[in-house]
Design a protein around this ligand. Structure first.
Ligand SMILES: Nc1nc2c(ncn2[C@@H]2O[C@H](COP(=O)(O)OP(=O)(O)OP(=O)(O)O)[C@@H](O)[C@H]2O)c(=O)[nH]1
Ligand SMILES: [Mg+2]
Length: 329
C-alpha cells in the first residue's frame, strides 16, 4: 500500500480539528512546495538523475536544510531502486514517507512536554525578540487551562515597554493570573515572586516569559542564566522545560539562533511559531535533523487554539493533503 493511502487511512479517518489545523496552517508551504513537486513528477517520464537534482533544488528552496536534503535524496534513491519504481508519480508518496521517517528517527526524543504528575511544573521560554514567546505562553496557558490545570504566568520581560501588559492581555483572555512587577525591575525577582505565588496557590504549571532583547546579547544571556538559577534554587529539578521559540519565517536564521542559545543554556524543546506565515515549512525538518532538539509545538496562527503539538504525520499530511485525498483513485 502506498504511504499516501496509509496516511489517508490513519489520518483522514479521524478528520479531527487538529488535522485541519495542520492542513490550513501549511497552506502556503503546500501551495509552493507540493505544487513544485507535483509539477516535477508531471514533467518527468522516468526517475533519473536529473529528476533527483530538481527535487533537491525544490527541497532546498523549502528550507529543509542542506544536510537533511542530502540525506533525504540518498534514502529516496535507495528506496526507488529497492522498489524498482519507474514512474515519477509514485515517488511523491515515497517522499512523504521518508519525510516522516527522517523526522521520527530523532533518537527517541519525546515531543511531549515534561509535565510533573504531582507538584509544580515550571516552563521557561527563551528566544530573540519578536519570535512569539509571549503569544506561545498565552496559547499554552489556554491549553493547560482547558485540561483543568491551575496555571500561572510570570512576566519576566521587564525590559521592553508594553511587554508586561501584553502578557496580561493574554492572561485576561485565557483566564490565567499573571505575576508581575514594575517595568525595569529585576526579572529574577519576578521569577522568585511567581514561584512563591505558584507554591502558595498550589499551581500545576508556571509559564515564564523572558525578554527577547536587552541592551546587548551578553546581557540577555546573563539575565537568562540568573533567572534560571533562581528557578533551580527554589524548585529542585526545575525548570522542567526550557523552550526555545523560533520563528519559522526567518528560515535558516532560526537555526543559527538555536545554535547560539544551545551554547548557553540547555534547551529541552522548540516551539516553531508562524509556520502558517511561511511557504518554506521544510524548516521543521532542518531543525529536527540538524539540531537534535524536538519540535514540541508549532504555531499555526495567531489565535489561542492555533498552537498544536507537533506530529510528523499530520505535518506531512498538511504538505501533501491534495495528493493524499486523491490517493485511492
Ligand atoms: N501568524 C502567526 N503569528 C504569530 C504566531 N505566533 C506569534 N505570532 C505573532 O508574532 C508577533 C510577535 O509575537 P510575540 O509573542 O510578541 O513575540 P515575543 O517573542 O514575545 O517578542 P518580544 O516580547 O519582543 O521578545 C505577534 O504579532 C504575534 O501575534 C503564529 O504561530 N502565527
Ligand atoms: Mg514577549
Amino acid at each position: 500500500m502506498s504511504f499516501f493511502k496509509k496516511l489517508k487511512e490513519t489520518i483522514t479517518k479521524s478528520t479531527d480539528s487538529v488535522t485541519e489545523k495542520f492542513k490550513e496552517g501549511l497552506t502556503k508551504t503546500r501551495d509552493s512546495f507540493s505544487g513544485k513537486v507535483n509539477d516535477l513528477v508531471a514533467r518527468y517520464r522516468k526517475v533519473d538523475e536529473d529528476f533527483f537534482e530538481e527535487l533537491e533544488e525544490i527541497l532546498i528552496q523549502a528550507d529543509v536544510g542542506f544536510d537533511t536534503v542530502m540525506q533525504l535524496i540518498d534514502e529516496l534513491k535507495m528506496e526507488v531502486k529497492r522498489r524498482n519504481i519507474q514512474d515519477p508519480q509514485e515517488v511523491q508518496s515515497v517522499i512523504s514517507e521518508k519525510l516522516v521517517d527522517i523526522y521520527n528517527a530523532g533518537e527517541g526524543q519525546s515531543s511531549r512536554l515534561n509535565i510533573q504528575e504531582d507538584g509544580l511544573t515550571i516552563i521557561l521560554f527563551v528566544g530573540v525578540n519578536g519570535v512569539g514567546k509571549t503569544t506561545t505562553i498565552g496559547k499554552l496557558g489556554h491549553k493547560f487551562k482547558n485540561e483543568g490545570k491551575k496555571v500561572l504566568m510570570a512576566a519576566g520581560d521587564t525590559f521592553r515597554a508594553g511587554a508586561i501588559e501584553q502578557l496580561e492581555v493574554w492572561g485576561d483572555r485565557v483566564g490565567v493570573e499573571v505575576i508581575k512587577q514594575a517595568e525595569g525591575s529585576d526579572p529574577a525577582a519576578v521569577m522568585y515572586d511567581a514561584i512563591q505565588a505558584a507554591k502558595s496557590r498550589k499551581a500545576d504549571i508556571l509559564l515564564c516569559d523572558t525578554a527577547g532583547r536587552l541592551q546587548n546579547k551578553v546581557n540577555l544571556m546573563k539575565e537568562l542564566e540568573k533567572v534560571k538559577r533562581v528557578i533551580e534554587r527554589e524548585v529542585p529539578g526545575a525548570p522542567h522545560e526550557v523552550i526555545l521559540v523560533l520563528d519559522a519565517t526567518t528560515g535558516q536564521n532560526a537555526l543559527i539562533q538555536a545554535k547560539n542559545f544551545k551554547e548557553v543554556t540547555n534547551v529541552s524543546g522548540i516551539v516553531l511559531s508562524k509556520l502558517d506565515g511561511t511557504a518554506k515549512g521544510g524548516i521543521v525538518l532542518a531543525i529536527r535533523n540538524e539540531l537534535k532538539i524536538p519540535v514540541k509545538f508549532v504555531g499555526l496562527g495567531e489565535k489561542m487554539d492555533d498552537l498544536q503539538e507537533f506530529d510528523a504525520e499530520k505535518y506531512v499530511y498538511g504538505l501533501f493533503a491534495d495528493q493524499v485525498e486523491k490517493s485511492d483513485d
